[in-house]
Design a protein around this ligand. Structure first.
Ligand code: PMP
Length: 359
């Protein structure tokens, strides 16, 4: 027997770890730098590590049913009710929950192109059909209300990414409001703020005060340095009271993840240091890299290098792993994650050498 027809589904391209790449190239993983997955190069908050250690011995028990303490702290942070916080297995899990809660079979969603692959994937898992709106390179990938509305055709969910992966572009709050206003009442606008901490733009959260068709996505994977623990959440409209309880996978956020998340939330210093260094690195990359770059509000920078695959391969052989953006439909671009000062400087020096050789 076989699974159902999965030919319309794509495979999530998770970046390879340093150990794997080092083994293949015969290099020492300690000599390599990975700036390819927009992770936090300072690692997790030490307080989160402590919390993980401290809770390890209780792992024979199922998670506390509601993770009430973390949910309450997040609800306070965003000034919403606890029922509006949908904890999940990473931001990806939140996208799953939203698609599962919103889509009837055959309903359509609108996703950015280029853009984060999991919007389309999660919609398809839940029997949705996928349409795209185009972010134009000629227009520096600008994200305005019109960028989205020109391609909108009554879809059930519209996904916005701000800051956008991989371009770093943002939506203004006014643009998101216009999109929510101009789309049907039965269209949900999901604003993915996975990189929100790195941006100076305010969160789009205030839109939830007077609208019931906007949801946010946030994650602990980026500024909080907890990508490996898989913890994210959606902030949803107030009157969705019991939808989460009806669609959520049991215990979708682990107890370990929630203990780490709670500790990380209280470690402002760690987040501030990460954001400050990312801000420095964005500037450094745009000034020092011998390639055109786009302004970014995230912890990464997109650069145009000609043959991205050749540049990525050559940089990798020299110990620096960055992201070839071919899978985003940008085979001429690479995305470099903001690292520590030392790692970012090394990446720029290697990339400049490689860009010249590849040309
Ligand atoms: N949204 C965007 C734009 C992303 O780039 C990512 C991951 N790279 C995510 C959501 C999901 O991240 P996670 O599942 O690790 O929270």
């Amino acid at each position: 027997m076989e699974p159902r027809d999965l030919s319309a589904h794509t495979v999530y391209r998770a970046g390879r770890g340093i150990e794997e790449v080092a083994r293949e190239l015969g290099l020492d993983p300690d000599d390599m730098v990975k700036l390819a997955s927009n992770e936090n190069m300072f690692g997790p908050s030490p307080d989160a590590v402590e919390a993980i250690r401290g809770s390890a011995e209780r792992m024979h028990s199922y998670p506390k049913a509601s993770h009430a303490d973390l949910v309450e702290e997040l609800a306070e942070l965003w000034d919403v009710t606890p029922a509006q916080v949908w904890l999940s297995n990473g931001g990806d899990g939140a996208l799953d929950c939203l698609a599962r809660a919103m889509l009837d079979p055959g309903q359509e969603v609108l996703v950015p192109s280029p853009g984060f692959a999991y919007y389309a994937m999660s919609a398809r898992y839940h029997h949705g059909e996928v349409n795209e709106y185009t972010l134009s390179k000629a227009d520096d990938f600008a994200q305005t209300a019109d960028t989205v509305l020109k391609d909108y055709d009554g879809e059930r969910i519209v996904y916005l990414t701000s800051p956008h992966n991989p371009t770093g572009a943002e939506f203004s709050t006014d643009a998101v409001r216009t999109i929510a206003e101009e789309t049907d009442e039965q269209t949900l606008v999901v604003v993915d703020e996975a990189y929100g901490e790195f941006s100076e733009e305010p969160s789009k959260r205030p839109l939830l005060d007077d609208r019931d068709d906007v949801a946010l996505l946030r994650t602990f994977s980026k500024a909080y340095g907890l990508a490996g623990i898989r913890l994210g959440y959606a902030v949803v409209p107030e009157d969705w009271a019991d939808a989460y309880a009806r669609i959520n996978t049991p215990f979708s956020a682990s107890e370990l993840a929630c203990r780490a998340g709670l500790a990380a939330l209280d470690d402002d210093e760690h987040v501030e240091r990460s954001v400050e260094t990312a801000t420095w690195a964005r500037q450094y990359l745009s000034e020092e890299l011998n390639a055109p770059t786009w302004d970014s509000a995230g912890n990464f920078v997109l650069a145009e290098v000609g043959d991205a695959s050749a540049v990525a391969d050559a940089a990798q052989e020299r110990g620096v792993i960055i992201r070839d953006c071919s899978s985003f439909g940008l085979p001429e671009c690479i995305r470099i994650t903001c690292g520590t000062r030392e790692d970012t400087e090394r990446a720029v020096s290697v990339l400049n050498e490689v860009i010249e050789v590849v040309e």
